[in-house]
Design a protein around this ligand. Sequence first.
Ligand code: AFP
Length: 335
Amino acid sequence: MTKSEHITFRQFMLQEHRRVGVTKDLIFLLEDIATACRIISHQIRSGAFSGTLGATEDTNVQGETQKQLDVIANDQFMLHCANTSRVAALVSEELDNVVWQKDAPKKGDYIVYFDPLDGSSNLELNISVGSIFSIVELEEDLSSTDDAAVLIAGQKQVCAGYALYGPSTSLVVTTGDGVNGFTHLNGTGEFLLTFPNMTVPAATNEFAINASRQKYWYPPVARYVDECLHGSDGPRGKNFNMRWVASMVAEVHRILTRGGVFLYPVDTQNADMGGRLRLLYEANPMGFIIEQAGGKASVGGSRILDVAPSDLHQRVPVLLGSSEEIDLLDDYHNS
Ligand code: AFP
């Protein structure tokens, strides 16, 4: 497609409104999220000049030192997600509690979950980072704004997406009918459709895992990785390549582009926390996106999107990507 053939995010979403009934309220909310991501992208790319690439003095609910840009990105999501009257609550990796936008949430209102800046330990290294978001529609009026009301399983998502702040700024979104990728055009500031109908190949020869944690792995993951490393001489009968960016958004984007698996399993060292990655604003949105692109997303033997949340910042194992590989990993976990 030439530049003139690249339709804008708004044009594409209005097509989806006519094609599959994506609501205009959701389109407005997504445009506000896209604006937040556009501003975050600018803040990151100018961070070296504004002195904001480093850490703050604070730690977040995760016990992690907050980067200045974690806070800036969170502020942008909070600001831009509060515009539409249908947003009932915001859930952020950076905030201890739910931020309720109204006292009496109604059926059809949105809950927005987000990791405003994922991979921020890479910022000073100039390695790609991203923002992740997930949207759920309330299925009934709420009698109270108890934080437990936002503990909704990932299978109920109506939308999920991420922005990837890399060599270019990508916006990848699903509203439940496939996955589409947009690229930010410097100058006009628009997100143009550049990667329609993104799909994950069922087969792959590429896996991503933090191999330094090998001594902590439980047998199913240890077996899977060992067989990949044995390559054509082993039971898999083919050689594998490995990647590890330490930025989940970058790994997922690679998998959507050429296949592969991303593994952050529960292990003997993180077992008391349930894993490393957070369910509501990392695993669920990425799991929804990967499934919508034809891949699979598992906690190891069962589907991420089926997990019934029990805590706002709950962590889960994440095994996602090419379906043939995730099926094999599930078999190893279930045998
Ligand atoms: P940060 O946001 O603290 O950089 O963590 C990024 C992340 O949550 C995810 O994006 C990476 O895949 C994973 O952690 C990297 O974990 P390791 O530091 O153990 O490699």
